[in-house]
Ligand binder design. Structure first.
Ligand SMILES: Cc1cc2nc3c(=O)[nH]c(=O)nc-3n(C[C@H](O)[C@H](O)[C@H](O)COP(=O)(O)OP(=O)(O)OC[C@H]3O[C@@H](n4cnc5c(N)ncnc54)[C@H](O)[C@@H]3O)c2cc1C
Length: 499
């Protein structure tokens, strides 16, 4: 029988969420173990893009030097393609350097990022079990008993608190009956490294193709003519419309070659690999008797972009507070850990609920024409109107999501478009030229075509989709009531204010 090792808390998984949790617990003087099945460095399928809010956390945790951030290419600009058109090309308008965040992101390959973060947790005092796969989880009285395997060796770890930070396939979530399989909130993606590119100025590229909606593609450049490139789609849409992520990915590589002048001679430099993301909209409950779920295991991914590195670390920094409180109170029941839910809801809901609504609206592929045109016009508007890019632009990868201001801008743009379009169409019709004008009438007709196709295809699905939208609208309260998005000041300031 394996010898038992006792801790205050066991963290399963040593990705960004697990490492941030290990580090945070160790900082609080808590005896923590991090159990990671891989031996780092290891490859993790990801776009590798770390946004400014994530870089701020990495700096606070003291990892900037070890990651050699100064030598990396700061990402400050973006190209946005809509098929062959380029409706936006310029600065990322909401990377403004405020609130202690750098005015750029970095591409940090996960073999490097995760190795440094896990080492940092160990240096802070967490006990790290590398190459150790968690196999079984039982609750014995007030204790969690984790059995794990490192090669041929069996391990038995025991602690009053267990944290599931073990990604989308979380064994902890499974053991607690909290695994998420709702395909409305799961993204599927494929990515590769490209070489031989002519891009050095820190300019990311994203693109939208009508045949790949709802979904998008990215190309994130690094130094030396290399880039991380991939696409992400909604799994529900792939199922319903028989779309293949692999085929969409192959098309995307070819399209990038002819679209982007710096990618003409792109060479595939790694095996294309697929991965999944579990998005915030699919989150139900993340606490149970004996612990919590963080990061991808807890579905903290941005439902519009699929980013989850920052959100994973944020959820852990918030979660460490609940773990500490439970240990201090000597209480480990689910009700005690409900403090985690209160914290993360207060922190994430104001921005995420709004993004969940937008993601719900985009889910219906029958409206691909309308979605394609409307979002393209949004990027065109951001190109000529800075404040639109700064505010509404944050719906795609920005931190300072301001739902009230965004809704105002979007409604005003719509009203303006249809008023101008309506007046012009009336003028055209009266002069006998038919409908031309600014496309407002065509946009209405495209929307009508989408509606007809959706109801004719599957009325039951259509009605449930409308129900999901109504539900998402009903949850918007915190989005519209907030004074300031709590994520702006970051998880450390949030936790400090609550303690
Ligand atoms: C194709 C793709 C592109 C993406 N691009 C981006 C991007 O550009 N930017 C961004 O912010 N996010 C991106 N994401 C999302 C991001 O990868 C995740 O949100 C992030 O990795 C979450 O971190 P985590 O620590 O929760 O989980 P993970 O990074 O998945 O870490 C979980 C860890 O747990 C370990 N583990 C699992 N099971 C066990 C077990 N039984 N025992 C012990 N250890 C275990 C795993 O080995 C792993 O190391 C992308 C995702 C995909 C699939």
């Amino acid at each position: 029988m394996a010898q038992t090792r006792r801790f205050d808390a066991i963290v399963v998984g040593g990705g960004p969420a697990g490492s941030a949790m290990g580090w945070s617990l160790a900082q609080r003087g808590i005896k923590a173990a991090v159990v990671e099945k891989a031996v780092f460095p290891r490859e993790k399928v990801c776009g590798d893009f770390v946004e400014p809010a994530g870089l701020r956390i990495i700096e606070t945790m003291g990892c900037t030097g070890a990651l050699d951030l100064g030598k990396r290419l700061p990402i400050t600009r973006n190209r946005v393609y809509y098929e062959a058109r380029l409706p936006y090309h310029g600065d990322i308008p909401y990377y403004d350097g405020a609130h202690g965040m750098p005015p750029h992101g970095y591409i940090i390959p996960r073999d490097q990022l995760d190795t440094v973060l896990l080492q940092n947790a160990e240096d802070a005092g967490a006990t790290v079990f590398r190459g150790t796969a968690a196999k079984g989880l039982e609750r014995e009285g007030e204790s969690n008993v984790l059995t794990a395997r490192a090669g041929k060796q069996e391990l038995r770890l025991e602690a009053p608190v267990i944290v599931g930070a073990d990604g989308v396939q979380s064994m902890v979530a499974k053991a607690k009956d909290l695994r998420r399989t709702d395909r409305r909130h799961i993204g599927a993606s494929q990515r590769v490294y490209l070489d031989n590119l002519d891009i050095e100025d820190g300019e990311a590229t994203i693109w939208f193709d009508e045949d790949q909606i709802p979904g998008y593609g990215w190309m994130f450049p690094m130094t030396g003519g290399r880039a991380n490139m991939g696409i992400g789609l909604l799994t529900e849409t792939c199922d319903r419309f028989g779309m293949s992520v692999q085929q969409c990915f192959r098309d995307a590589v070819e399209r990038l070659r002819y679209r982007h002048p710096g990618c003409r001679n792109a060479r595939i430099a790694s095996k294309p690999l697929g991965g999944a993301v579990h998005m915030y909209g699919g989150l139900t409950c993340n606490h149970f008797d004996g612990g919590i779920l963080v990061g991808d295991a807890g579905s903290f991914v941005d439902p519009m972009t699929g980013e989850g590195i920052t959100q994973g670390m944020e959820s852990s920094i918030l979660g460490a507070r609940s773990v500490a409180a439970a240990l201090e109170a000597g209480r480990f029941d689910s009700e005690q850990f409900a403090s985690f839910e209160r914290d993360f809801r207060a922190y994430f809901d104001p921005a995420m609920r709004y993004l969940v609504l937008l993601a719900q609206l985009l889910r219906n592929r029958h409206f691909h024409e309308s979605v394609f045109i409307a979002t393209r016009k949004g990027f065109e508007k951001a190109q000529v109107e800075r404040s639109f890019g700064e505010i509404s632009g944050t719906s795609f990868g920005g931190l300072n999501v301001q739902p009230l201001a965004m809704t105002g801008q979007l409604l005003w743009s719509l009203a303006d478009h249809f008023l101008r379009g309506g007046a012009a169409a009336l003028r055209d019709a009266m002069s006998g030229r038919g409908f031309t004008a600014n496309g407002a009438i065509e946009d209405l007709l495209a929307w009508q075509r989408g509606w007809r196709a959706s109801t004719a295809d599957d009325l039951g699905w259509h009605m449930s989709w409308l129900g999901d939208i109504a539900h998402a609208i009903g949850k918007l309260g915190p989005s519209f009531l907030m004074d300031e998005n709590p994520r702006l000041r970051g998880p450390f300031a949030f936790v400090e204010a609550r303690e």
